[in-house]
Design a protein around this ligand. Structure first.
Ligand SMILES: [Zn+2]
Length: 459
């Protein structure tokens, strides 16, 4: 076998986000093939063979690539609507439009979502897709194809809904699946696309939408399916006060107890939001190692509340960050969520002690890897891990006067990305995607958003 080609990055600050938060004021990273081979302080070792590229990263901070743990790509073409609504009214306003999506729209929206995140330093993305209207085409295939083409590491959380208007749910009847249909399609998607290997670029999770859009049977049997197939489980949990009330009325218990009663707490589960959690809910997540996807901007946009992230971290709950769907977070970026997580949590009970810059960076990197079940492979810069990393440019007007690079990245303006590598391959250069045409994606997403609006208006 030919020796792996090496890329040497030098003269940069490095935040490894390893178990000791090791940092180097000036150091180097050696990439060999798709792995990180070595890193440390000072200059790279001399005499390395097969070096195909040397990058002088003076003025940069190198971090692990950002990991997004909650999103709904299709919403890219329904941004900027129902902008002054809470969650429930926002859902009521948007479901009639969402119910009309087709394969072409979903492909375009996935490209837009992925492109926006990738050029902001995301190297691992996820899409929780749960709207599969009858006759809408191969939506899962379109989403996975978009991620592969862009070269981003990816988890499809194959969602589902089986509680429509006729059962007291929100989506129209034609936009939901049957219990058996949803389970069969989810199993097929796992078998077709899930890669369990260390280097996997594509993984699939089982992800019924939320307690108020699915039957108890879909939740229970979905969990059983995931465990039989050995894949992870994802859903929305404890997002709003209304959801809590709904669970008490229908099931006689709060969301966390409901999840536990259906087999949905465990180290193979992560949940989006978890805003309304009491002490015993947090203790249950900690005991079972259930993960949380914290989505600060979306929670603020929909006035859902402030998740108790400092309490979760203190209890040992794995927490990652999520953009959430861009119909409730129009920016669609994750690097700005580092700052938003820090600021919003400081408005909560713990005030200025809630989160610091390094904790925020950890949420967006290693925390995300834990939540996606990939902490051995990604999320920190360590020899042997996959070469997913970002070079943030911190020597321009926006950041140059801030001495500490991690403070500059988290507290400062959105930092420009000089280079982003996924699996050892560069996908972003000087803030532009190398793997897709951003201008073509911008045009197609505008066209598809207009087409969807026209179709929805016809009813
Ligand atoms: Zn969501």
């Amino acid at each position: 076998m030919a020796a792996a080609q090496r890329i040497v990055i030098e003269n940069c600050s490095i935040a490894t986000v390893d178990a000791h938060d090791t940092e180097y004021a000036t150091g180097y990273v050696v990439i060999a093939g798709n792995r990180i081979e070595a890193l440390g302080a000072g200059k790279a070792p001399e005499g390395l063979e097969n070096v195909v590229r040397r990058i002088d990263a003076t003025g940069h901070l190198v971090t692990p690539g950002l990991i997004n743990t909650h999103h709904h790509f299709y919403q890219w073409i329904t941004r900027g609507l129902a902008t002054d609504h809470n969650l429930f009214n926002w859902l009521v306003a948007l479901y009639p439009t969402w119910a009309r999506i087709d394969e072409q729209m979903v492909r375009s929206a996935a490209q837009g979502s992925l492109a926006m995140m990738a050029r902001g330093g995301v190297t691992t993305a996820m899409d929780h897709h749960y709207v599969y209207p009858r006759g809408s085409g191969d939506l899962s295939g379109a989403i996975i194809g978009a991620a592969r083409d862009m070269g981003v590491r990816f988890t499809l959380a194959r969602g589902s809904m089986d509680r429509s208007e006729k059962d007291g749910g929100l989506p129209p009847d034609f936009a939901v699946e049957t219990l058996d249909g949803a389970l069969a399609a989810t199993e097929e998607t796992v078998k077709q696309y899930h890669d369990a290997s260390f280097d996997a670029m594509t993984q699939v999770a089982v992800a019924p939408c939320s307690p108020f859009s699915i039957s108890t049977e879909l939740l229970r049997q979905g969990g059983e399916l995931a465990r039989r197939l050995g894949v992870r489980m994802h859903t929305h949990g404890s997002e709003t006060v209304e959801e809590e009330k709904f669970c008490h009325e229908l099931f006689g218990m709060g969301p966390t107890d409901y999840f536990e009663s259906t087999g949905w707490l465990g180290e193979d589960v992560w949940m989006a939001h978890c805003v309304h959690m009491n002490d015993s809910d947090i203790a249950a997540f900690a005991r079972t190692k259930t993960g949380v996807a914290h989505c600060p901007s979306s929670n603020a946009r929909l006035a859902a509340g402030i998740a108790r992230v400092p309490d979760m971290l203190a209890a040992g709950v794995p927490v990652g960050l999520g953009v959430d769907g861009t119909a409730s977070n129009e920016s669609g970026e994750l690097h700005t969520e580092l700052r938003n997580a820090l600021l919003i949590n400081r408005l909560g009970a713990h005030k200025e002690a809630a989160l610091n810059a390094r904790q925020a960076l950890r949420l967006g990197t290693f925390g995300g890897a834990q939540v996606l079940g990939r902490a051995a492979e990604i999320g920190s810069l360590e020899p042997g891990k996959l070469a997913d990393l970002v070079l943030w440019k911190l020597d321009t007007l926006a950041h140059a006067s801030i001495a500490d690079p991690v403070t500059a990245l988290v507290f400062g303006a959105a930092a420009p990305v000089t280079a982003s590598f996924v699996d050892g391959r560069q996908i972003v250069a000087d803030g532009r995607l190398l793997t897709a045409d951003e201008d073509a994606i911008a045009r197609s997403t505008r066209d598809e958003a207009q087409r969807l609006a026209r179709i929805a208006a016809q009813g």
